[in-house]
Design a protein around this ligand. Structure first.
Ligand SMILES: Cc1cc2nc3c(=O)[nH]c(=O)nc-3n(C[C@H](O)[C@H](O)[C@H](O)COP(=O)(O)O)c2cc1C
Length: 309
């Protein structure tokens, strides 16, 4: 068994966090990741409700015992209702990502959560360290969903050199090779999103699973057009990585107004609706149960790392 700070603190068999993914990671996915020995997280999107969080956390706990919850920090700054709703569920792990978590960390600790934040730069690291988080997540540009501009490997090395806190790597980890690589570099675990996204336990439209299975690694785009089209007020510095489709071909980089983008957007059209996914899209070739993916990733990583003894 691979033993790290993460596995010891959270009582895991596999050093894998099932990434919080708004609109895609609910209780079933999180629960299956935890049941397989990792810890799965619910992705509470900005439009999630307290009832959704309570219901999905109950599903995850019933399946896997443990649950993590991921919130968008910038979205709490106007209204922190979702933080209260998340903490009521007593999550073992709480992610406060994309923004300064300082106003919220004490409350999360008082509720018993280990608090982590995804960071995209060294400056972000300093902000979340000062806020008192327990665990850093170095999230690279190749990640699916919203992310920064530095690739996982350069960022991970820089962050590991610059902090005494434990660090998990996110972005581009899809099999045992990816997990072994970041563990060998000094990370305490892998934070895995895209690799789980074709699993039957995900939520969201069927076309999202199908499109991911078809997509190659080169077929993603880092863009803000979907945020503009859907009136998601993400701070400008974070674009989102999604599968390229007819919509991005037409509108990404076209300089269109928000009204034009919104008028052209149709989430029911499989060639237009957003499918956030990372550059490991090319490694996802079938719809497999999330638990199988987590167990295989853990055992493959262990076998690879043993070779170096
Ligand atoms: C569909 C999707 C939705 C996401 N939503 C969130 C979110 O709500 N909160 C968050 O902190 N990160 C979110 N992320 C980022 C993931 O937490 C994670 O950093 C990323 O998936 C890791 O890279 P990978 O996709 O290459 O595994 C999302 C990613 C994807 C693919």
């Amino acid at each position: 068994m691979l033993s790290t700070w993460l596995t010891e603190k959270l009582g895991l068999q596999v050093p894998i966090v099932g990434a919080p993914m708004g609109g895609r990671a609910g209780g079933k996915l999180a629960g299956e990741v935890s049941r397989a020995g990792g810890i799965g997280m619910l992705g509470a999107a900005r439009y999630a409700t307290p009832d959704w969080i309570a219901a999905e956390a109950a599903v995850a706990r019933a399946l896997g015992g443990k649950v993590g919850i991921g919130l968008m920090t910038w979205a709490l700054d106007d209204d922190d209702t979702l933080l209260g709703a998340a903490l009521e569920q007593r999550p073992e792990l709480l992610s406060l990502s994309f923004g300064d978590p300082a106003p919220y960390v004490d409350r999360a600790h008082a509720a018993g959560a280990i608090v982590c934040s995804q960071v995209n730069t060294l400056e972000d690291l300093r902000v979340v360290e000062a806020a008192g988080v327990d665990l850093i997540v170095a999230q690279g540009h190749e990640a699916g969903g919203h992310t920064g501009h530095i690739g996982t490997l350069p960022l991970l090395q820089e962050i590991l050199e610059s902090t005494k806190l434990p660090v998990v790597a996110a972005g581009g980890i899809a099999n045992g090779r990816g997990l072994a690589a970041v563990l060998a570099a000094g990370a305490v675990g892998g934070w895995v999103g895209t690799a789980l996204l074709a699993s039957p336990e995900t939520i969201g439209p069927d076309y999202a699973r199908d499109a991911l299975i078809q997509a190659r690694g080169a077929e993603t785009v880092y863009t803000s057009v979907f945020d503009q089209a859907r009136s998601q007020p993400w701070p400008e510095r974070w674009g989102g990585r999604a599968l390229a489709n007819d919509y991005t071909e037409r509108w990404h980089g076209a300089g269109a107004s928000t009204d034009e983008l919104a008028a052209a957007y149709d989430p029911t059209d499989p060639n237009v609706g957003v499918v956030y996914a990372g550059q490991v899209a090319g490694l996802v070739n079938a719809s497999e149960p999330a638990g199988d993916i987590v167990r295989r990733m853990g055992s493959e990583a262990e076998a690879l790392l043993r070779r170096w003894g």
